[in-house]
Design a protein around this ligand. Structure first.
Ligand SMILES: [Zn+2]
Length: 194
């Protein structure tokens, strides 16, 4: 299915510039490139279409559409940020599981309406021993975190921007009190095994 999808990508991108309906399928094709199924080579063959798709998605984001978040995920994939494209939530009710790099405890990171904390998840008691997160200041962000944050701020998405600042900030391990970068640990924990 995927090779056929890639063959269709340039045409879908051309269509998407005129019709919003083609944007979803084009985004889905780009997002499937994650996971190392040999799609990377196919994607390289579509380089022009990807560049065009990126510009199209960015223009759409600037118009602050109702499908802003979905478009944001498509754009992350088009920027080859497959991991975040697949993992990022809209921060309404998000949990990220990471291993503490100091003591290997399983730490639950919550970023949502119910709170922003690190905790140890207990299946009977819920999230116990909660610690508040230390969000990154916008000036300290770099790389994809900075880009994601700047894009969210530009588009007036305060919940998204604030969530990203927390996700790319620091957490304290409830077990050993060691401090770590959430995004780094999360990305390494979930990096696909090739
Ligand atoms: Zn720890």
């Amino acid at each position: 299915m995927f090779p056929a999808g890639f063959a269709a990508l340039p045409r879908l991108v051309r269509l998407a510039s005129r019709s919003a309906r083609a944007r979803g399928p084009a985004g889905a094709i780009v997002r499937c490139a994650a996971g190392g199924h040999g799609c990377d080579d196919l994607l390289a063959g579509c380089a022009d279409a990807i560049v065009e798709f990126r510009e199209l998605l960015d223009r759409h984001l600037r118009s602050r559409p109702v499908d802003h978040f979905e478009t944001f995920l498509h754009l992350l994939a088009a920027e080859e940020q497959y991991h975040w494209s697949a993992a990022l939530g809209d921060f309404s009710d998000d949990f990220y599981q990471v291993d503490c790099p100091h003591c290997a405890a399983e730490v639950t990171i919550a970023i949502g309406d119910h709170g922003r904390y690190s905790a140890i998840r207990d299946w009977h008691l819920g999230d116990v021993d909660r610690r508040g997160l230390g969000p990154a200041s916008p000036g300290s962000l770099s790389g994809v975190g900075r880009w994601m944050h700047e894009t969210a701020v530009r588009d007036g998405k305060t919940v998204l921007a604030d969530g990203i600042a927390h996700l790319f900030g620091r957490a304290e391990c409830p077990r050993c009190a060691g401090v770590f970068d959430i995004a780094d640990e999360y990305a390494s924990f979930h990096r696909p095994v090739m």
